[in-house]
Design a protein around this ligand. Structure first.
Ligand code: UTP
Length: 296
């Protein structure tokens, strides 16, 4: 557990419609789809807990209550497993409720990521000077990115976003950071963001992989923005407002891996990557994959 974390509360927005996973997401929230055997949101909650969060606010919609329920104890199931001596399974079942305190905030309608983050404000206390926001669509490996972001807030104040490099020719699919260098090679000062630029107009090849350490001032900024792209209240518009008002915002360039679970193709890669590292499934999967690839 991190001792110098800049935040105690992490917010996980999970109220989106998950249209890229239809028809599954008609009845199963994408945040509960298993990466090997653990739901994606449990992995993200664990990342927040390891970085020092003691409270997780899951923002979800009225019809996705099962996302919060994953973090509740299951006494009947636990006593059955106990009676049967299934200690390993019991540990797995108790893992999510044991990570940190989980509260659920409801976003009645999917009005955008900025709106979803704002829905968590009533769950904060006066002690929350900054909050971490983790998008459950993104897995960041190895752990430690939020610690690096906390250290940057300690040094520069304000808000800190995670960035990853993508190949220059891929920038047009993303919101791209416009940055200035600092005296640390992997820390940049954020000047703005450009949504889906043409390759030749892109200010950098740095994009946002869904990890934000936001000063409490973000909640005031969220009240002052108007709907942007897609008619949604965009978190990036509130961050842009803070930058315009002189609030320091930096990005930390992540040098590890990132999986995008938001679409089936990215999800499958993550599942295969995690399964290959799993002692129970890895060796068999690798052998099968080798044969499968050779046959294609
Ligand atoms: P996405 O737009 O990537 O997720 O939002 P989505 O809307 O669920 O998926 P698609 O695009 O329809 O396939 C990024 C994150 O923000 C949350 C989503 O749940 C996801 O974790 N989000 C988005 C909200 O909580 N509320 C919103 O209004 C929008």
């Amino acid at each position: 557990m991190s001792s110098s974390s800049a935040f105690r509360t992490a917010i996980v927005p999970a109220a989106g419609l998950g249209t890229r996973f239809l028809p599954t997401t008609k009845s199963v929230p994408k945040e509960l789809l298993p990466v090997v055997d653990r739901p994606a949101i449990e992995l993200v909650a664990e990342e927040a807990a390891l970085a020092g969060a003691s409270k997780l606010v899951i923002v979800t919609s009225p019809d996705k209550a099962s996302v919060g329920e994953h973090f509740q104890p299951a006494p009947d199931l636990e006593s059955t497993l106990e009676k049967r001596g299934k200690t390993e399974l019991l540990e797995k079942v108790r893992r999510a409720p044991g990570l940190l305190d989980v509260e659920v905030a409801i976003q009645e309608q999917a009005l955008g990521l900025g709106h979803a983050v704002a829905c968590a404000e009533p769950n904060l206390t006066g002690a929350d000077e900054a909050v971490a926001v983790l998008l459950p669509d993104d897995l960041i490996l190895p752990n430690g990115a939020l610690d690096a972001m906390s250290a940057v807030r300690e040094r520069f104040g304000g808000s800190v976003l995670l960035a990853i490099e993508v190949p220059r020719e891929a920038v047009s699919a993303y919101g791209v950071f416009d940055v200035d260098d600092t005296d640390e090679p992997d820390v940049k000062r954020l000047k703005g963001m450009v949504e889906k630029p043409a390759v030749e107009d892109a200010p950098s090849n740095l994009i946002a992989p869904g990890r934000y350490l936001l000063d409490r001032a973000i909640f005031d900024a969220l009240k002052r923005i108007t709907p942007g792209a897609g008619g949604e209240l965009q978190l990036t518009d509130a961050i842009a407002l803070l930058i315009a008002e002189g609030h320091p915002v930096h990005v930390v360039v992540h040098r590890g891996e990132r999986h995008d679970l938001g679409n089936p193709g990215g999800f499958l890669k993550a599942a295969v990557d995690f399964a290959l590292k799993d002692p129970a499934y890895g060796p068999g999967l690798l052998q099968w994959l080798r044969g499968r690839v050779a046959a294609s």
